[in-house]
Design a protein around this ligand. Structure first.
Ligand code: AMP
Length: 191
């Protein structure tokens, strides 16, 4: 199976490029952010707890996110050709959990697509997205906190995957199609 991790800061284009990868490769999409927003919408206990963290731009505790991930992974039919992990892992601990969950299913991470975009551009994009996304965390103040969280907790994962030879660096500024063609080349290299 093709197990793709799409990696990058908030606003780096993970959702947009995931849609293109899914359209071409037919892989299943697992977005922990979408799954958490769905819990908030349904007003579940988990959603209520997660909301506080999301609105502060902080990571939701692992035990909540990992439970969601496991249930989505187990709900996938056997016929899916692969999975795209969007927004997970967010720190080294989660990366180790993902490796373990995949190993238990006889799988491993195939490649990590790293979308690289500078902070000034990220803040601009998140504020712009906030005009239509309806997401309560797409405002300038929370965007800056999310970027701090990204640099402190998530970015170290880049080195983690570089050391494993799994990190495909993608220049994340430019046209959507050019960025996608670089992503496609990286996927084809591991297929
Ligand atoms: P996203 O849609 O991926 O930008 O995620 C939105 C928010 O959901 C993040 O700022 C976190 O608060 C939370 N979140 C999403 N995925 C994770 C994760 N893997 N671990 C912890 N928190 C997460």
């Amino acid at each position: 199976m093709l197990n793709i991790v799409i990696f990058g800061a908030p606003g780096s284009g993970k959702g947009t490029q995931s849609d293109k990868i899914i359209a071409e490769y037919g892989v299943a999409h697992i977005s922990t952010g979408d799954a958490l927003r769905n819990e908030i919408k349904k007003e579940t206990e988990l959603g209520k707890t997660a909301k506080g963290y999301i609105e502060k731009g902080q990571l939701v505790p692992d035990e909540l996110v990992v439970g969601i991930l496991a249930s989505v992974l187990d709900s996938l039919g056997k016929s899916v050709p692969g999975v795209i992990f969007d927004g997970f892992p967010r720190d080294i601990e989660q990366a180790k959990i993902l490796d373990k969950m995949l190993a238990e299913r006889g799988e491993k991470v195939s490649t990590v697509i790293g979308l690289e975009v500078d902070d000034a551009e990220l803040v601009k994009r998140i504020i712009l997205r906030g005009q239509t996304s309806g997401r309560s965390d797409d405002n300038e103040e929370t965007a800056r906190k999310r970027l701090e969280t990204y640099h402190a907790q998530t970015q170290p994962l880049r080195e983690f995957y570089i050391r494993q030879g799994k990190y495909a660096r993608i220049e994340g500024v430019g046209s959507i199609d050019r960025i996608y063609s670089d992503i496609k080349a990286a996927i084809e290299a591991v297929k």
